[in-house]
Write a protein that binds this ligand. Structure first.
Ligand code: AP5
Ligand code: MG
Length: 216
């Protein structure tokens, strides 16, 4: 089963992808996480990507398509992928479709996570992550059991705020979503693969709703 989680910044794509990955033998492919990793590498490409991401603009199609192509090439044993934050443009959607055909895979469903703009900003501004394992937290909605220890990997003092989790970058990210990514809703609807879900529910309820959509 290969699925896409589609939704604006802060919709809960990463949170749900990680739960699905743990519950079923699936692999999360987050282009945001991959780009943040390349940013850490300190290469020229990494530095350029970091500037674009901090502003909240989209990285070019060829870079992100290349990242996904590489993952699909390497991870031949994986039975199901969860595409998180990819595709984000029509060109990326077409490229993914070609890549899946080349690998003999099909896209099972595209899940659109609907969350209103006010809730999104609260989620993004209150978010923090573990730098060791990537676990996602929120200061009010999803805090760790102990304030400075990651529930997932037990690392101490490993929490950080993303450079793009501020109001100005968020506005740009939201604009990029409505301008470049929201046309994918019509694109996948026309292909008959789109199902929408209410992303405003709490994390567990949303997971249950997604499982129902997936029939698992
Ligand atoms: P990316 O990392 O993909 O960021 P994003 O799309 O802006 O989405 P987020 O990661 O901010 O939100 P999310 O939906 O994963 O929510 P989360 O689960 O964390 O991309 C970053 C940048 O990289 C882009 O701006 C762009 O520059 C570049 N990029 C990436 N992919 C690209 C591509 N394909 N093409 C071009 N450029 C690309 O949850 C958010 C918060 O809410 C957390 O605190 C969480 O605890 C909380 N929360 C989650 N679910 C719930 C819930 N149900 N109820 C209450 N709180 C919740
Ligand atoms: Mg994310």
């Amino acid at each position: 089963m290969n699925i896409i989680l589609l939704g604006p910044p802060g919709a809960g794509k990463g949170t749900q992808a990680r739960i699905l990955e743990e519950s079923f033998s699936m692999k999360q492919l987050s282009t945001g996480d991959m780009l943040r990793a390349s940013k850490k590498s300190g290469t020229e490409l990494g530095k350029k990507v970091a500037q674009v991401m901090e502003k909240g603009d989209l990285v070019t199609d060829d870079i992100v398509i290349g990242l996904i192509a590489e993952e699909l090439e390497l991870r031949t044993k994986i039975k199901g992928f969860i595409f998180d934050g990819f595709p984000r443009t029509l060109a990326q959607a077409d490229a993914l479709s070609d890549l899946l055909v080349q690998k003999g895979k099909t896209l099972s469903v595209v899940i659109e996570m609907k969350v209103d703009d006010e809730a999104l900003i609260r989620r993004v501004v209150g978010r923090f992550n573990c730098k060791e394992c990537g676990e996602v937290y929120h200061k009010d909605n999803n805090p760790p059991k102990q304030s400075n220890i990651c529930d997932n990997c037990n690392s101490e003092n490993s929490f950080f705020h993303r450079a793009d989790d501020n109001e100005e970058s968020f506005k740009n990210r939201l604009m990029a979503y409505y301008r470049d990514t929201s046309p994918l809703i019509g694109y996948y609807h026309a292909k008959g693969t789109l199902v929408s879900t209410d992303g405003l529910m709490d994390i567990e309820t949303t997971h249950g709703n997604i499982c129902q959509i997936l029939g698992v």
